[in-house]
Design a protein around this ligand. Sequence first.
Ligand code: BDR
Ligand code: CA
Length: 310
Amino acid sequence: MDKRKIILDCDPGHDDAVAIMLAAINENIDLLGITVVTGNQTLEKTTNNALNICQYLGLDVPVFKGCPDPMIRPKFVAADIHGETGLDGPVFEPLTKKAEEQHAVLWMIDTIMKSDGDITVVTTGPMTNLGMAMRMEPAIVPKIKEIVLMGGAYTNGNVTPAAEFNIIEDADAAYVAFTSGRPITMVGLDVTRKALCYPAIVERMGKVGNKASKLFVDLMGHFCKSQKEVFGWEGGPLHDPITIAYLIDPSVITTKPMHCEIDIFSQQSLGRTNCDFFGYQKKEPNANVAIDIDVEKFWDMIEENIRKYN
Ligand code: BDR
Ligand code: CA
């Protein structure tokens, strides 16, 4: 089986960190680079977090710093969930790994332009870098194999009743992606809220007893506590790695083709992913939207891949 070439565009972030962990070690994924965006925290912090994760896990993956602000609207961060650093919990050695010189958007454009149309862009943060790349160099659009994103919801959001964080943070960028005509797989809160990282899961991963398992436990210690404080559930939803799990084994989620429009116009529902679940608008579907997840299979994949770290 050919390895799936991906660019992981993220805003680490506790669940982004687990997505990196999974993408970097799985033998079916070729992680070309990590591009970082502002989101869970400011760009400086999310970039440092990505570098810290790579350094800690010994990953030889280039990290590129991207956009410090959304395309148009002012940024806001998710310190209530991810803390002041954006990755509260784990303690890292002094950072020596450095971000690459090139801007993430320019690297994304170069890399996709030079490719044979076989690169999948995975976004687990606001879609600013991808949206900017598409607008700066429209010739990349037909060369993108697929866009797989964690974001949105056809049920309730998590920032407003209408909107999920990654989409409302930069609704305009999401609009660019969803109107690009490229194949999109949307992994939204509708399924990620089923992957709750209960204490028993944290204990199970902790028992693996390697550096990746320690990082997982340290990450989830903070993440699950803040999720409980904000949303009231026992275990935090491990949103972002589901995108990577889907690329490793698509059967981990069930998807349904839908027409999905990003609301960039209204005030109350800004950033809503309006998914025509029943297809009554008779519009051509532009996204495969995740509607269910095999939770057992997902946790098995997480454990199996954590075990691969020495
Ligand atoms: C998304 O927002 C961020 O806080 C998480 O990292 C995830 O990507 C969930 O709404
Ligand atoms: Ca994220």
